[in-house]
Design a binder for this molecule. Structure first.
Ligand code: NAP
Length: 277
């Protein structure tokens, strides 16, 4: 696979990592970056068509990748996934908890099902996957877990009660497990991305069908204006911005880092109170 612009070739050779939600969006950026550095990445999510095309693209570029279809809400299935990865590849060095579900909804209108669905994917899923890799990491004398959090719960974020509550739980799990499992050499950290224009974010800027749209309107222009007004570093993030932090944490450079939550957002959340957006 081609040289990575920042890290040395083969930095993660011989390592095996599972990336939940690793076939799309930020997860795909993470998987691709890790594979470029030599890690065998196992992409774990539900839709086979996304898994297949992501694996094909990584392999075509010279990386090592396979896929396991899994719903992270299903604890039995998650345990089977960890067992399968260990049986087939012999070790599990890294777990990236990236799978999540999200949507904007007024809190007073959140149904039990809607609340449960986001809490179960983001928080239960993170715990189930982390717990499932534990015996393998413990037996091999260590491992790394990186969970994907967010910054929206650092202050009030209307219409996101479910996701902000779940990610606050992910932060708490990160700190607690970091202390609890340090004796086994397992490093537990989290990353908190700022706005990365994945499909879901683009949709939020796309007027709903039938809405009046001025002639000059373009989604890209609207997103550019938003970034310049709200992000101090004046651009949206990319999945690769996030992937590089995960690679750093998976590398020997991350050896003395545990229980940390890294904000990667161009300064966005610090500036929110100033912009009011
Ligand atoms: P995305 O494109 O919507 O990807 C979510 C991924 O999770 C998909 O691959 C999806 O695949 C998988 N997934 C969803 N439910 C699942 C389940 N029950 N079991 C297994 N996999 C499941 O999201 P994204 O924007 O890249 O976000 C990735 C992570 O970054 C999330 O944790 C998100 O909260 C966090 N984040 C994103 C932003 C942003 O601006 N994009 C900002 C802050 C934090 P399937 O549907 O095929 O299962």
């Amino acid at each position: 696979m081609s040289s990575h612009p920042v890290f040395r070739d083969g930095l993660l050779d011989g390592q095996v990592g599972i990336v939940t939600g690793g076939a799309t969006g930020i997860g795909l950026g993470i998987s691709t970056t890790l594979a470029q550095l030599g890690m065998h990445v196992v992409l774990a999510s539900r839709k086979p068509e996304n898994l297949q095309s992501a694996v094909e693209n990584i392999v075509a570029a010279g990386g090592k990748a396979t896929a396991v279809a899994v719903d992270v809400r299903d604890q039995t299935r998650v345990q089977a996934m960890a067992r399968q990865v260990h049986d087939e590849l012999g070790r599990i060095d890294l777990l990236v908890n990236n799978a999540a579900g999200n949507f904007y909804k007024k809190s007073e209108e959140l149904s039990e099902n809607a609340w449960k669905s986001v809490i179960e994917i983001d928080l239960y899923g993170t715990f189930f996957c982390t717990q499932a890799v534990f015996p393998y990491m413990k037996a091999q004398g260590g491992g790394r877990v990186v969970s994907t959090s967010m910054t929206l719960h650092y202050r009030g974020w209307p219409l996101m009660a479910h996701a902000t509550a779940a990610k606050a739980g992910v932060d708490a799990l990160t700190r607690t497990l970091a202390v609890e499992w340090a004796e086994h050499g397992i490093r537990i950290n989290a990353i908190a991305p700022g706005p990365i224009p994945t499909e879901g974010v683009r949709k939020a800027f796309t007027p709903p069908p039938g809405a009046p749209v001025p002639d000059f309107f373009s989604v890209d222009k609207a997103m550019d204006v938003f970034a310049k007004a709200t992000i101090p570093l004046k651009r949206w993030g990319t999945p690769e911005d996030i992937g590089q932090m995960v690679a750093y944490l998976a590398s020997p450079a991350g050896d003395w880092i545990t229980g940390a939550i890294f904000v990667i957002d161009g300064g966005e959340w610090l500036a929110k109170s100033k912009t009011g957006m």
